[in-house]
Design a protein around this ligand. Structure first.
Ligand code: SF4
Ligand code: SF4
Length: 300
């Protein structure tokens, strides 16, 4: 039985596919999007998040760390990354939950036990389970196993993907997926490399292949002012999508949720100062899609 690293199992989710869903977030992603609101999902490794506002400076973590990796600096416990082995002992002994361990290794069976707890809600709402991340397809064998178990129980499945994985990974799962939530972030390769850290050719190619296989696809486009909301880019995206077999496009306005997590993980947030696009601009973009006959929704 394979296992995967889970960062969160979100219950009663209503923005990740139809009905009421359980969204399982898997750890590890090949992209580094500047606006990523789950930065804790990017690294494959386990991590510790520090919530400084909860820390009372009691020093318990310092005493418990077997590596002597923590020292006080300006009344805060500071970790020496070179010494820390991410063992998690400091999280166990912090009385204020100021340190949180990110990443739990689970087998497919263990995850299924969580998923089926809410089967009654899936049945009543035509919901199901969504596998997200990170990039769930980097764990293709684990994902295939989970999807098979869901299918056997008649649970609707959705997979939220960046598309940036080898086609062989899609081949392992596409016949077990009821709906793909496929992210399309930028049509220009240089802009894609700048804001996502990887080129877009493999993503566009995989999207075409899934469309050719008649898979059910919702495209998800984050809209970030000054990055991908200009008319020229929107028209390019429409021109590409028009030729595909997709059920819907979801336009997801940029938001700042998750920004705090960067500080907690000692990562840089590269879009500070960015504002949410206006409702008017979102409507204008949606209208352009509607005029091309594409079913459109603002939001997830
Ligand atoms: S995770 Fe382990 S090694 Fe790292 S600071 Fe905490 S107790 Fe020390
Ligand atoms: S154990 Fe928790 S509250 Fe105490 S110093 Fe460490 S992080 Fe702060």
């Amino acid at each position: 039985m394979t296992s995967g690293t889970v960062i969160n199992i979100q219950k009663y989710s209503i923005h990740d596919g139809p009905g009421i869903r359980t969204t399982v977030f898997l750890k590890g992603c090949p992209l580094k999007c500047w606006w990523c609101h789950n930065p804790e999902s990017q690294s494959l490794k386990h991590e510790i998040m520090f919530f400084e506002e909860r820390c009372t400076g009691c020093g318990s973590c310092i005493k418990r760390c077997p590596e002597k990796a923590i020292q006080f600096k300006d009344s805060y416990p500071v970790v020496d990354e070179n010494k820390c082995k991410i063992c998690g002992k400091c999280t166990d002994f912090c009385p204020n939950n100021a340190r949180e361990y990110v990443g739990k290794d689970m087998t497919a069976q263990e995850l299924m036990r969580e998923i089926i707890k809410d089967e009654v809600f899936y049945d009543e709402s035509n919901g199901g389970v969504t596998f997200s991340g990170g990039e769930p397809l980097i764990h293709a064998d684990f994902l295939a196993q989970l999807l098979k178990l869901c299918k056997e129980r008649g649970i609707h499945t959705a997979v939220d993907t960046s598309g940036y994985v080898a086609w062989e990974n899609f081949e392992k799962i596409f016949d077990k997926v009821d709906l793909f939530l496929f992210d399309l972030k930028h049509m220009n390769n240089d802009m894609h490399k700048k804001y996502m850290d990887v080129p877009n050719d493999l993503i566009l190619e995989n999207l075409k292949k899934l469309s050719d296989k008649n898979c059910n696809i919702f495209i998800r486009m984050p809209i970030i002012a000054g990055v991908n909301d200009d008319s020229e880019h929107i028209e390019k995206a429409i021109e590409f999508i028009e030729k595909l077999n997709v059920l819907q496009v979801n336009l997801l306005p940029y938001h700042k949720m998750g920004m705090d997590k960067y500080r907690r993980l000692k990562m840089d947030y590269r879009l500070s100062g960015m504002e949410k696009p206006s409702n008017e601009r979102m409507e204008e973009i949606a209208d352009k899609f509607k005029k091309s006959g594409i079913r459109i929704k603002i939001g997830g």
